[in-house]
Design a protein around this ligand. Structure first.
Ligand code: IMP
Ligand code: MG
Length: 179
């Protein structure tokens, strides 16, 4: 545990089982189909490094960095691409690996952007999905688990850039947000 965590929602073991299930689905669907796995940093770093090692296929990886959150828990709705994919996108089947879909702002922006750049197909694999919070209509093609409307940290997810390194996913004590 960690002093700022009120409650653990997903243990390491549960996260591992979810990742294995997603990897098997992807392996089945992308067998015989080339693809580029694109991680949205920084949140997807832990999920991505776990899942790519469970997908037993040949594929390239790349990264994008987007920003929309400041130091709080509500999306600004304005998405910026801070770092773009470094390989060509045209004609590629892209599988975006994301930590969480909340309002949907980030992913809808990134999907449109990649399609405009000529991607043949853009699919989304998210570890966590918070459909109750959706502002923009967008559905992941693969979702590890649906979570209630709670702000979670750990397994790549941060609050104010902290807690990304926690191996489990939990909810913070209320006093942490208020300090
Ligand atoms: P969206 O654009 O509102 O869908 O937000 C996507 C981004 O917001 C994610 O990639 C996360 O960085 C961040 N985010 C949304 N919900 C949470 C949460 O519960 N904990 C930590 N970060 C979150
Ligand atoms: Mg974040």
């Amino acid at each position: 545990m960690h002093k700022d965590i009120e409650r653990v929602l997903y243990s390491e073991k549960v996260l591992e089982d979810i990742v294995n299930r997603l990897a098997k689905q992807i392996e089945k669907d992308y067998n015989n189909k080339e693809f580029l796995a694109v991680g949205l940093l920084k949140g997807s770093v832990v999920f991505m490094s776990d899942i790519i090692r469970r997908i037993n296929l040949d594929f390239a990886i790349d990264f994008m960095v987007t920003s929309s959150y400041g130091g709080n828990t509500v999306s600004s709705g304005v998405v910026n691409i801070v770092k773009d994919i470094s390989s060509p996108v045209e004609g590629k089947n892209i599988l975006i690996l994301e930590d969480i879909i909340d309002s949907g702002h980030t992913l809808s922006y990134v999907v449109d952007y990649l399609k405009n750049r000529g991607a043949a197909e853009v699919k989304i694999c998210t570890m966590f999905d918070k459909p109750e919070r959706r502002v923009i209509e967008i559905e992941p093609d693969y979702a590890g688990t649906v979570i209630p409307d709670e702000f979670i940290v750990g397994y790549g997810l941060d609050f104010d850039e902290k807690y990304r390194n926690l191996p489990f996913v939990g909810v913070l004590k209320p006093e942490v947000y208020n300090s």
